[in-house]
Design a protein around this ligand. Sequence first.
Ligand code: NAP
Length: 640
Amino acid sequence: MAVARADIEEALKEAHLPALMAALVQMTGDLSWLRAEWTPVYNPLSRGDTGLPEEVQADIRRRAAEAIEAYLGGKPLQMLRPDHATICKQMDFVAGAPIPEQYVDFLVDELVLEERSTKDPHFEAPNLQQAARKMKVLVVGAGMSGLLTGIRLSQAGVPFEIVDKNPDVGGTWFENTYPGCRVDNSNHMYSYSFEPNHAWPQHFSPQPVLLEYFRGIAKKYDLKKHIRFETLVETLAWDEGRNVWRATLKGKDGKTEVVEATAVVTAVGQLNRPRFPDIEGLGAFEGPAFHSAEWRHDVDLKGKRVAVIGTGASAYQFVPEIAPDVAKLTVFQRNPPWGLPVPHYHEDVPEGVKWTLEHVPYYDKWYRFWLFWMTTEGFLPMVKSDPAWNATDSVSGENAMLRAMATESYRTQLADRPDLLEKVTPSYPIGGKRSVLDNGVWLAALKRDNVELVTDKVVKITPKGVLTADGKEHEVDVLIYGTGFQASNFLSFLKIKGRGGRDLHETWGGDARAYLGMTHPGFPNLFTIYGPNTNIVVNGSIIFFSECAVRYIVGCLKLLGETGAAAMEPKQAVYDEFNRKVDEANAGWAWGSPNVSSWYKNAFGRVSQNWPFGLIDYWRATLAPNPDDYVLERTPEPVA
Ligand code: NAP
């Protein structure tokens, strides 16, 4: 394919140069692309600026265009498989700082730099294949994690059925259709590691694009034939004599059916059931009232007086969208969110970048690596609590520095509105709750003449509107709840009876726990994806967690197949020790800080949502199940 050098140079104008240079090492076999004077120097809040002078960047682009032109003209790739030392150099260069040695195998795997990934199931042995064919897995949910489970089970040759309450795939991306809904992780990272999309239209694409991606995945992997839509799994009961789960499914027509499964995988997310606030008078409002996750598109907001309760990640996205249309918007804030500057949050991916992703081999991988490193493990130290740090608005020196930078950005945007600045600046540390991405639209919306930010406590919902603690009744025509989800009520819609008829919810007593977020003593062959303590606050994409979890779950099925065991459940002591470590570690992060209240903490104040270690730790812990962690139950030999 011949492309003019000038066109290539033009396309590279917005490419991420360090990622491009790492890719060029492989294209040309020349390590001098990684020379010291071209090493990027990043600013933690400017996600991309390499700190290189413009003339140096132009020189790099010229040289790169020459190499790419030669490659496109037929010159073969010079380095298909860089050796370990070269990969380390590439990583250090792209990250702009040395990456600790223990990360290398993890990152190579996450990048899918080699043909084999630890996430691919390997069920080649004939006896294992035979055992796999006899299994049946019931997957609850056809969202991001459920589809992924279906793909991996297909690859392993394990029969499965997916059940979803919705009429289509996509889970959260099917349900959340509020205006402005979009992904808040860079899309080139928020995609399956094995299914990159070089055509994402935006860096953080809107919901319909995400839904299309997952629909495309379902089609490509022919998953729909395995999915029962508009069906609810209502109960699960472990049949001890036969070592199977009996599941009651309820269809749209109200009819129930019982199906049996060797194993059950729940893939329903943590943010699946809307949460309405515990406010007196809820339901009293006479006009239309709805939750952000159940957006009423039939309610025309044009020219109406609208109230929004909540200023979390959802409201942060829809408030700027609806503000220009409504007559008056009253936003009720209990705690403000922290916004971190991301100027390109709503921007299109430049055509040149799409071209580079598609045509320069390995650029996509190094670009993903850079996003992955900068926004995950590379960012984590900024929210780690320093026990010696004595402040309530930050948890360490680095965290205080981040606070200063974010506050400065707020100050600049609100130079003319000191009253608003005071209201929107959080008193809790960054990382205490999920930060939102600030490209200016949120504060611009709050500054509008037709928008009012109310910080007085909401005490009552009245037939006409919202009553606040100062005695004022805010009369409105429409009421929108941006009040989040029943996150810590894990699997609340599902009655689960395990060994001896033990009820999972009674066992939890409102304080859900699991081993590695996935397995539960007394509940054999039950696996939860995005279960207790597997959420991440600041670092990375939840798809990473799901990929690790599914690898582990498929590994558990493999263990059953290889050992001939019929059931497995974690040993109580292993589970207890894991949870002890999780609780201890969660206290060491901004979100575990006692002066932060958030959906990460359950009614007992315990952080039941978050993973308190690095991504690398989840990756290692989920490589494969350790048989010593489990009680494996063999089916008794038939009596002769
Ligand atoms: P959320 O972050 O839990 O926000 C709920 C909001 O409602 C908070 O501002 C909360 O205030 C407020 N609230 C709750 N009860 C209230 C009451 N009684 N009175 C006044 N205010 C009340 O929910 P969300 O915005 O739906 O987001 C949930 C999670 O979903 C996010 O953290 C994120 O992980 C995910 N999400 C992701 C995206 C994305 O990727 N694009 C978009 C949306 C959501 P307090 O802060 O005081 O509790």
